[in-house]
Design a protein around this ligand. Structure first.
Ligand code: SF4
Length: 239
């Protein structure tokens, strides 16, 4: 761990204590006051991301929001981007890999999402994400602690040593019920696939409907041990 990271871990312990009872809106306010305009947000247009966009529209609508557009997203997801723009005036930036899906699959003799999904996620999500975060001091994500045992280890604010900037998770302590209640109360636009049995929505080749499963990550990389694409992998500096 570098000196910068060590100092950050110590600093963030106090900040997390300070924000322990803060609402998502208050956490965003804190982040905006501290980091804007070097603050950005990544969204896959999940339910939680839509809630955060709604809050940013109220607090600071010019925070740059981006989506990692792998080329494999559902049409419903892409259409949601337009509905968000109409509702909030926030144009989510689409960050794309250098190669189109056609060029990528041609270069690899076919799609990699079955044979080597880790490589596919790395090439089409992680590499573009690294590029998208250059020049920013902090990024906002929409993860919640109760989505998985892995995400339960995250902090509200911490140093992200993987991407070398501060990571802020304003909805970390919300439940899925909290998220749905907010969406209904505020008529927040959301992906219609959630009403068709998809608890979590990623790329179409790696996402299936999960029926009544209580596991929110069910349906993602079904049949594989994989549960994360690598964006939210934690290391020791974040625990
Ligand atoms: S989720 Fe699937 S299609 Fe999307 S980048 Fe990862 S492996 Fe590729």
């Amino acid at each position: 761990m570098t000196a910068t990271e060590t100092r950050s871990v110590e600093d963030w312990t106090a900040v997390n204590a300070e924000l322990a009872r803060a609402s998502p809106s208050e956490i965003l306010r804190w982040a905006i006051d501290r980091f804007h305009p070097r603050l950005t947000m990544a969204t896959a247009f999940g339910l939680e991301g839509c809630v955060l966009i709604h809050l940013l529209a109220e607090l600071q609508a010019d925070v740059r929001v981006f989506n990692l557009d792998t080329g494999y997203q559902f049409p419903e997801t892409l259409e949601l981007r337009d509905r968000i723009a109409q509702r909030y005036g926030i144009e989510v930036e689409m960050v794309r890999p250098e190669q189109t899906v056609e060029d990528y699959e041609r270069a690899h003799g076919g799609p990699l999402y079955v044979a080597n999904s880790d490589q596919c996620c790395y090439d089409r999500k992680i590499v573009p994400l690294r590029r998208a975060l250059v020049g920013y001091d902090a990024w906002i994500t929409a993860i919640r602690a109760d989505q998985s045992s892995h995400r339960a280890k995250a902090m509200t604010v911490g140093w992200d040593s993987k991407f070398q900037l501060v990571k802020i998770n304003p909805l970390l302590n919300w439940t899925r019920r909290d998220v749905w209640a907010f969406i209904v109360a505020h008529r927040v636009p959301y992906n219609p696939l959630h009403d068709q049995g998809y608890p979590s929505i990623g790329c179409w080749p790696c996402t299936k409907a999960a029926g009544d499963s209580q596991d929110e990550r069910a349906g993602r990389w079904a049949g594989q041990a994989k549960t994360e694409c690598g964006l939210h992998s934690l290391d020791s500096s974040q625990l």
